[in-house]
Design a protein. Sequence first.
Length: 248
Amino acid sequence: MDTLTPRQRDLTVRAAQTYLRGLGVNLGTTGPNRDGIDGDPGPKTLAALESWGDRTFPVAPTKPAGTDLTPAMRAWYRNLWDTMRIGTAPAITSAVARITRGRTQYAAIEAKTGVPWRVVGILHYMECNCDFAKHLHNGDSLRARTVQVPKGRPLKGTPPFTWEASALDALDHDGFLNQSDWTTEATLYRLEKYNGWGYFRHTNILSPYLWSMSNHYTRGKYVADGKFDASAISQQVGAAVLLAVLAS
């Protein structure tokens, strides 16, 4: 407002006051028409404007300090979900098609664990590009125990492992079993936890594991364990994007 001319300032305030009056807000009896439209951002105008702004453009919750699923964490994920905008990249269509083709196998896991098939499918895409010859934990080959983190899974059984046995172990290892809360907020929380809290704890960007190919992500990613590259751009569709598209 400081850069506006007096005329521009007067018109801007009057435009806001006219809009607020149209909403039925009582701005008092000042102004030529005794309706509160006077070009002066007085206490009634500012209070009404702030009240309207709080409803229309709520302040985003601050990033929680910890990584537990607290009310603050739920609010954090809810706000990100509600404000997410998704493009029409061919990669999104391709990823959704891959996941959908494996629905029968994912539904079988859901029947045994209660983990929604979409969540199983999203994890399978994120970790293995939906390859049923790989461990759900991290994309390592089912011909042996996992080599990458988490290493040495599954603990029981003898390689080669079936995809289902490995998937059950992965979901158990990451605390997905015996969960009844699969709200959007809880699901986003578990998906990010599955990948790890590196972005949340150590960077100022939102994790591409969730938000890649949405308005919440531009660049920056871990290119190796513990190695963050601020200029690298994830080419993988984010889990939150997939969740939204699969649910639509």
